[in-house]
Design a protein around this ligand. Structure first.
Ligand SMILES: [Cu+2]
Length: 132
């Protein structure tokens, strides 16, 4: 029956528009947030594919070695109660002293291996391997 087919098409169109509006709303919300990490962790689509995280915990970077593609943003989060830094000798990474809960991010735009350390506790060393 042609009439019923038309109704089905209309319903499909409305659902599509609603889904698009919902997705758009989520995008705008996460862009304007800045520190909306908690809000955006509710769905897998909210976590960018070109981002990864390193936890600083118990005087160690975890994982100590991460491999990422060029263009990837790495975010370090200090979960220790003492301050740490994310530092390289050449200054390519130079965080402030991160207190508990604070984060530092850097986007890696050049392939290669970046060895870094905590400037306060020089025994804390780790690497980021950046693949082309
Ligand atoms: Cu440290």
């Amino acid at each position: 029956v042609p009439g019923r087919a038309l109704v089905a098409v209309l319903i499909a169109a409305v659902v599509t528009v609603a889904a698009a509006a919902f997705a758009l709303g989520r995008g705008v919300a996460s862009d304007s947030g800045g520190s909306s990490t908690a809000a955006t962790s509710t769905g897998p689509a909210a976590v960018p594919a070109n981002a990864t995280g390193v936890e600083i915990k118990d005087f160690a970077f975890n994982p100590a070695n991460v491999t990422v593609k060029v263009g990837t943003a790495v975010t370090w989060t200090n979960d220790d109660s003492v301050g740490h830094t994310v530092t390289t000798d050449n200054g390519s990474l130079a965080s402030q002293e991160l207190q508990q809960g604070q984060t530092y991010s850097s986007t890696f735009t050049t392939a290669g291996t970046v060895s870094y350390f905590c400037a306060i506790h020089r025994f804390m060393t780790a690497t980021v391997v950046v693949e082309p």
